[in-house]
Design a protein around this ligand. Structure first.
Ligand code: SAM
Length: 210
């Protein structure tokens, strides 16, 4: 088997195992540290009213719900590799007629069935896919409509080694490694770094145009 394919399968299995338990406590815990998720939706609204938005790694559907409220006329698609996370997202999605869910690892454009999104959102997802983040950013570039936007909110960095190690135990890499890759692929529309808990760590928002 191709080494990259083998690594991706291992990585997806790791994530699926991790979220078997984490999906249960996700919504009651993540509000306290996944900052900037509403902000990135506001930033999208500042530049466009998308016909179609795809969130890769939509998890329990927190953003899908907020996207649906912000863009009631848009088609909102959430894709995730974890059945456990999607089963929680489904309960939210059932209340909104414009949300669709796809259970799949991101990477194969044929799953999108010729849909070219105007916006692709990655929210606290890219720091978890190592080393595939670079491939995912390139894939998003390919899948987006010409002139479309990639929107990202994620952990940026921390000056505290203990904190970076702690996040590493939760499969999160925090080394400011995403923005250079995003900037090399997309025309930067906005790129901001924000502080969390008195600068214990930073998170960032990035909006890039194809
Ligand atoms: C930290 S959660 C973020 C969920 C949601 N975006 C949010 O902001 O609350 C990361 C999500 O990415 C999903 N994920 C990880 N690797 C993936 C892949 N290769 N393809 C699709 N989803 C993936 C995980 O299953 C998980 O639901």
């Amino acid at each position: 088997m191709d080494m990259n394919v083998e690594n991706s399968i291992k990585q997806n299995q790791l994530i699926q195992n991790y979220y078997q338990f984490q999906s249960i406590i996700y919504d009651v815990t993540r509000w306290s540290f996944l900052f900037g998720r509403k902000l990135i939706i506001d930033k999208i609204a500042e530049v466009c009213t998308p016909k179609t938005i795809l969130e890769i790694g939509c998890g329990t559907g927190y953003n899908l719900k907020n996207l649906s409220k912000k863009f009631p006329e848009s088609k909102i698609i959430g894709m995730d590799v974890s059945r456990d996370m999607l089963s929680i997202a489904e309960k939210k999605a059932n209340k909104y007629s414009n949300i669709e869910l796809i259970e799949s690892p991101y990477g194969d454009s044929t799953i999108l069935n010729n849909i070219q999104p105007d916006v692709i959102l990655f929210s606290y997802m890219l720091t978890m896919v190592n080393p595939e983040f670079s491939f995912m950013i390139s894939q998003a570039y390919k899948d987006l409509k010409p002139g479309g936007y990639v929107a990202v909110v994620d952990f940026y960095n921390s000056k505290h080694e203990w904190f970076r190690n702690h996040m590493g135990n939760h499969h999160v890499r925090m080394e400011g490694h995403l923005t250079p890759v995003l900037e090399s692929k997309f025309e930067t529309v906005q790129n901001e770094i924000h502080r969390a808990y008195f600068n214990t760590w930073q998170y960032f928002t990035f909006l890039g145009k194809k």
